[in-house]
Design a protein around this ligand. Structure first.
Ligand code: NDP
Ligand code: 2IT
Length: 460
């Protein structure tokens, strides 16, 4: 499987008339949700040929139905801080689509969370989950709660308050949340503890990303970052290249970033920079991933603290500029729209050959266009970061059978799944006349799986 790295001409910028009308109507009906519109637009720009080939999709108003979540839940989350002061946050769970299985997707705690953010994430999740080939539908949730600077006791009380309402909407066969930004093993523990208390059920399959001692699965913690690097390795292989000896820049320093950095090292590459929301560390000899885990996961400190501990070889730079560091592979693993057109142009100018979206929609539309026109191997998030949710589905499988797999076996399954996703995207792009264009491949393959299941289930 080899491809010439040229996808120019496939970077669609206009919508078919038929789709334009549907898109405009959805935007009018969902005002002030720019991230949701952006995610919709990207899918609409690539599924035109599928819709043209399937009149039954048009007749059944599949697009209109897929873009309307099955259920959108918004609720009050009152909690008290350590001084006894009362706070009121907003909780969300958007149950987007259950044609392929129970709603599945993470919970995000970040002050920027609003309905539009959760809807964009839920919409992406739906197609991502379909691409995994596992029996999971799409959903997403979270809160505008800001965990930064909060004590452990405050985090626990907030999680308990959120779950007091969320518990009535979720369940092993209904909706299975997991982590995302600001939600990791600690938060999932408090959430699971409260669910268990209220329901009086040890229902392991209601959440994924759990700790190993209480129903979790090996490799879930590593899965998104590892999976993203496997996906990039497959894209490089399709061009007769590999990660070996390559300089890589990663954004973020959270769950996805840390394990992407670890896997790049295992495959012979070198991560020379990573970041947090305040700035980045540039370390030309390579980020020390064990120290990074200690600083970020154990001590919950900042990248500036990492640089201080590393000494003179590592330089902390306040603010932006991460993507100006010359590298051959870029892995945006922090948040949406963190890499814009100018950053993409700088990366292309400096000779980037592959980009894998570890985060959800980290590249702006301009950035994606720049990469596609330059012929950069570009792995969109719904394909490249699907390893996390795929391993969540493996966790559900282990919970259902009360089994616990080894690290090696689980990682092998992850590798197979990422390879299958790569191949499905690659082959679909080929079939639709856009060789090497993983954006078209991922959107068309994901959309078709959801659309066919919805058709089979009647008017849902
Ligand atoms: P974490 O909370 O563990 O880490 C998030 C990282 O991104 C931190 O370094 C954070 O820096 C940085 N970040 C967050 N918001 C911003 C911002 N507005 N500007 C700059 N940097 C920011 O989250 P994850 O690693 O779990 O998630 C990262 C991305 O990956 C998200 O897009 C998420 O949706 C996606 N994802 C996560 C999966 C998972 O299994 N966890 C699966 C698939 C995708 P700081 O600490 O300074 O805020
Ligand atoms: O964006 C994502 O895929 C996640 N945050 C993980 C979802 C999950 O259910 O494991």
């Amino acid at each position: 499987m080899t491809v010439t790295p040229a996808v120019s001409g496939t970077a669609h910028t206009t919508l078919d008339d038929r789709l334009e009308g549907v898109y405009e109507a959805i935007v009018r009906r969902n005002p002030a949700q720019p991230e949701f519109h952006q995610a919709l637009r990207e899918v609409f720009e690539t599924v035109g040929p599928v819709v043209a080939k399937h009149p039954e999709y048009v007749e059944a108003k599949l697009l209109e139905r897929i873009c309307e979540p099955e259920r959108q839940i918004i609720f009050r989350v009152p909690w008290t801080d350590d001084r006894g002061e009362v706070h009121v946050n907003r909780g969300f769970r958007v149950e987007f689509n259950s044609a392929l299985g129970p709603y599945k997707g993470g919970l995000r705690f970040h002050p920027s969370v609003d309905l539009g953010i959760i809807k964009f994430l839920g919409f992406e999740q739906l197609f991502k989950n379909a691409l995994t080939g596992m029996p999971i539908g799409g959903g997403k949730g979270g809160s505008d709660f800001d965990p930064k600077g909060r004590s452990d006791a405050e985090i626990m009380r907030f999680c308990q308050a959120l779950m007091t309402e969320l518990q009535r909407h979720i369940g092993e066969y209904t909706d299975v949340p997991a982590g995302d930004i600001g939600v990791g093993e600690r938060e999932l523990g408090y959430l699971f503890g409260q669910y268990k208390r209220i329901t009086n059920r040890y229902e392991s399959g209601v959440l994924t990303g759990k700790g190993l001692a209480w129903g979790g699965a090996r490799v879930r913690r590593e899965a998104t970052g590892y999976g993203c690097v496997y996906f990039v390795e497959r894209m490089l292989e399709a061009r007769d290249m590999s990660l070996e000896g390559r300089d890589v820049v990663v954004s973020g320093s959270g769950n996805v970033a840390i394990y992407a950095i670890e896997k790049v090292g295992q495959l012979g590459g070198r991560v020379i920079a990573c970041s947090d929301s305040t700035g980045f560390v540039h370390e030309p000899t390579g980020i020390d991933v064990e120290l990074l885990k200690q600083v970020k996961e154990v001590e919950r400190l900042r990248m500036s603290d990492y640089a201080e501990r590393r000494g003179s070889g590592a330089r902390f730079v306040d603010g932006s500029g991460l993507w100006e560091i010359p590298c051959e592979v870029a892995l945006p693993c922090a948040t949406q729209n963190e890499l814009d057109g100018d950053a993409a142009a700088a990366l292309v100018r400096n000779g980037v050959i592959a980009v894998g979206e570890g985060a959800n929609m980290p590249c702006t539309r301009d950035a994606v266009r720049t990469f596609r026109e330059a012929g950069t191997a570009f792995g969109p998030g719904k394909a490249a970061n699907a390893g996390g949710v795929a391993t969540s589905a493996l966790e559900m499988q282990q919970n259902a059978s009360r089994d616990s797999w080894t690290f090696e076996h689980t990682e092998e399954r992850l590798l197979e799944i990422m390879t299958d996703i790569h191949d499905a995207c690659f082959e679909t792009a080929d079939q639709y006349g856009a060789p090497g264009d993983y954006v078209t491949g991922a959107n068309v393959a994901g959309f078709t799986r959801v659309a066919d299941a919805m058709l089979a289930l009647g008017l849902i």
